[in-house]
Design a protein around this ligand. Structure first.
Ligand SMILES: NC(=O)c1ccc[n+]([C@@H]2O[C@H](COP(=O)([O-])OP(=O)(O)OC[C@H]3O[C@@H](n4cnc5c(N)ncnc54)[C@H](O)[C@@H]3O)[C@@H](O)[C@H]2O)c1
Length: 670
């Protein structure tokens, strides 16, 4: 690049004052465990050479030993020295440098993902989900920010697994950022392959909104969990009940990044919940934020509180500080009935610390991970066996268990329990328990196009959030469908429920029409100067953005749920239609090789250009998945596609003829 004076512009880290000082680590901030040592000696040399690409040669002898000890102690090179000192937080957009609104906006989003109050392991750039990182190391963080400061509306910044490859000429209607994380060649696409690539410094696990820069704290998942619980209740306890979860007990585990949403969502939905969590620092975080109302390390006390709340049909959330296996065993031995049961330990990274085995304290789990990973693995497997037996026993007594998209059932299967597979052999026919997407989210939300639409008021002004909440509510007709009613009630009470952690953000499940309508309304408000610029996005747990037979596409039954084409088409279509950011990742919430998932960001600057982008891209982002779901013969998706075909004269979805199962089964049997 050449600057205004004709000088070649070098975008590199600034070493004019030498290496930055090594800051200490603030006590009380959670740190990622050692990720293991998968590299041979020659590969360690390669990992060091890779990390040193960001640093001038004259500093190599000083910094290389430090990087080596980071690898030996942590299993990764994070470049701690390059982390800016003190707290990082998503500030108002006007406080950031930049040559276009998108360049400044993405800095807000990245910094929010690394906020001590938001991120799981902020020093290791992990936002949530045990391993979901913004980028791989602090050198990349600094370099990305430098690029975002100079990015113009005629350029696109390209990020490969956290590494900013460079900016390249494009046009205002192109994405400002194209970003991929952890996409691997098929034969290397495994947990082991990823772990080696990550240790070498060439692969980042983006999860969904961590590496896609769209995380909005646990609020993002509260709404999805609220919808899941309400619909699970409707399905199991009667459709028409008003307070469908009043007096019902929901039990689960995890008070981490996303799992921390469970008690809050259950309380908003009117249920009583007990959530087990082995890490007391996470119990403390969620309790002090008001996301869980009561805490105890005494199981009997937890059940006593729950009984009291159930009998008065009061909503109440309780954190049990301990292992979920102990909680379930106690409930079984003491005849405590559980209505709804799930699990949200990080089973997508089950042997990397995501699941703490029963009988092993959290501290011992961290020690074992570092010193005796084989013993840790053995304990995980044996705990998963017991966990499965306990769930089976509860289910036999009428408990409705559903997998919460954390690869729990896959982890149980991989630990050697063939019985959890429907065909007792492999996972092609799914599992004996439903996944929440298969039973609930898929048919009742995704197939209609409802998904996790969200926005961030980039001004940082709570008044902007209040104005957008109101405007969004006015765009919803609560009498159209029960989903619209749930979403309308959600946004009506959103401010009262104090959901904001980090930036002024909101999530609101919407279908294709709703998302377009609300986006256009917000852009008009920006144009009129009623609010500052807004970032629109979603997580990847949605209608179209993610292919994963273990979660998002688990209710696709035409055999195509092992294909990853929808996610890639969604990503490509979003690039073509001018989303400000388009992201594509491997793994998502279920683990490497088990999902391909993509997201987007769209900055509303009030322009007419953005109105046009909203009309084409927001619609595509949802309807492409409805089209695929309809072709898979999903009834509600066929209904939605039919309505879409009738409403639009510029688009058309191909619809299937539906064969008679009984006739075909009979034909084949003969
Ligand atoms: N709910 C959803 O819709 C949804 C969406 C995306 C992902 N997920 C999946 O849910 C999982 C959790 O996500 P997260 O961001 O909360 O991860 P996280 O790692 O931040 O939290 C998981 C928590 O479980 C705790 N834990 C582990 N083993 C335990 C045990 N045996 N008993 C009690 N507590 C235990 C851990 O200490 C941790 O705090 C991930 O696999 C994620 O991919 C769920």
């Amino acid at each position: 690049m050449i600057d205004a004076d004709g000088k070649v512009l070098e975008i590199r880290l600034d070493f004019t004052d030498g290496l930055p000082e090594m800051e200490g680590f603030e006590p009380g901030i959670r740190r990622a465990p050692n990720r293991g040592q998968p590299l041979s000696e020659s590969e360690i040399v390669l990992a060091l050479k890779n990390a040193l690409r960001y640093i001038p040669e004259k500093f190599h002898s000083e910094i290389a030993p430090e990087f080596l000890s980071e690898y030996r102690e942590r299993g990764r090179i994070y470049g701690y020295r390059f982390r800016p000192a003190g707290k990082i937080t998503g500030r108002p957009i006007n406080e950031y440098k930049g040559c276009c609104v998108e360049g400044r906006a993405f800095q807000v989003m990245i910094d929010n993902n690394l906020d001590f109050a938001v991120a799981l392991y902020p020093y290791e750039l992990v936002t949530y989900g045990e391993t979901g990182q913004v980028c791989q190391n602090w050198m990349q963080y600094l370099l990305i920010k430098k690029y975002l400061e100079v990015l113009t509306e005629d350029q696109t910044l390209v990020i490969q697994s956290g590494h900013p490859l460079g900016v390249f000429a494009s046009k205002p209607d192109s994405p400002r950022v194209i970003l991929t994380n952890g996409l691997m060649i098929g034969s290397f696409d495994s947990a082991e392959g990823f772990s080696r690539a990550a240790a070498l410094g060439v692969a980042n696990y983006g999860q969904m909104t961590a590496g896609g820069w769209m995380y909005i704290g646990p609020q993002g998942i509260v709404h999805g969990t609220y919808n899941t619980l309400l619909n699970a209740g409707r399905m199991k306890f009667g459709e028409s009940a008003e307070n469908v979860l009043g007096g019902k007990l929901f039990v689960s585990s995890g008070l981490g990044g996303m799992s921390g949403a469970q008690p809050k969502a259950a309380e908003i939905a009117g249920a009583v919940s007990i959530i087990a969590e082995v890490d007391s620092s996470r119990v403390e975080t969620r309790h002090s934020q008001g996301w869980v109302s009561e805490r105890t390390n005494d199981i009997a006390e937890a059940f006593a509180w729950a009984d009291e709340a159930r009998s008065s049909r009061q909503a109440l959330s309780i954190a049990y500080e301990g292992n979920v296996v102990d909680l379930l065993r106690y409930a079984l031995e003491n005849g405590r009935h559980i209505d709804l049961l799930s699990d949200q330990t990080s089973c997508h990274a089950v042997y990397e610390g995501g699941y703490c085995p029963g009988g092993t304290s959290f501290e011992e789990r961290t020690r074992l991970l570092e010193r005796d990973p084989l013993e840790f693995r053995r304990r995980v497997d044996s705990s998963l066996h017991e966990h499965f037996e306990l769930i089976k026993a509860h289910a036999a007594k009428g408990t409705y268990f559903f997998d919460y998209g954390n690869s729990f059932m896959k982890a149980v299967f991989d630990s050697g329990v063939r019985e959890i597979a429907k065909n007792g052999r492999d996972t092609f026919d799914g599992f004996i328990f439903p996944s929440y997407v298969e039973d609930i989210m898929g048919p009742l939300l995704f197939d209609y196009g409802y998904g996790p639409f969200r926005w961030v008021c980039l001004s940082g002004d709570p008044a902007d959030l209040r104005a957008t909440d109101k405007a969004a509510m006015d765009c919803i007709d609560p009498s159209r469908r029960f989903q619209d009613h749930d979403n309308w009630a959600w946004i009506r009470d959103a401010e009262k429920n104090r959901l904001v952690v980090g930036t002024q953000a909101r999530i609101l499940y919407q279908d294709e029409e709703g998302r377009v309508r609300i986006a256009l309304k917000f852009n008009e408000m920006v144009r009129r100067g009623q609010i500052g610029p807004v970032m629109l996005g979603r997580d990847h747990h949605d209608v179209s953005g993610t292919d994963s037979p273990f979660r998002e596409t688990s209710n696709i039954k035409d055999g195509s749920n092992i294909m990853a084409e929808m996610a890639i088409h969604c990503f490509a279509g979003n690039c073509a239609r001018g989303m400000s950011l388009a992201a594509l990742h491997n793994g998502g919430g279920v683990g490497t090789g088990k999902a391909v998932n993509g997201g987007f960001g769209l900055v509303l600057d009030g322009s007419k250009r953005v109105d046009a982008v909203i009309r084409s891209s927001m619609s595509w982002d949802v309807i492409s998945g409805v089209a695929r779901r309809a072709w898979a013969r999903n009834g509600h998706a066929m209904e939605t596609a039919n309505e879409f075909n009738a409403r639009r004269d510029d688009c058309h979805i191909t619809l299937p003829f539906v064969a008679d199962d009984n006739y075909l089964e009979e034909l084949v049997r003969k």
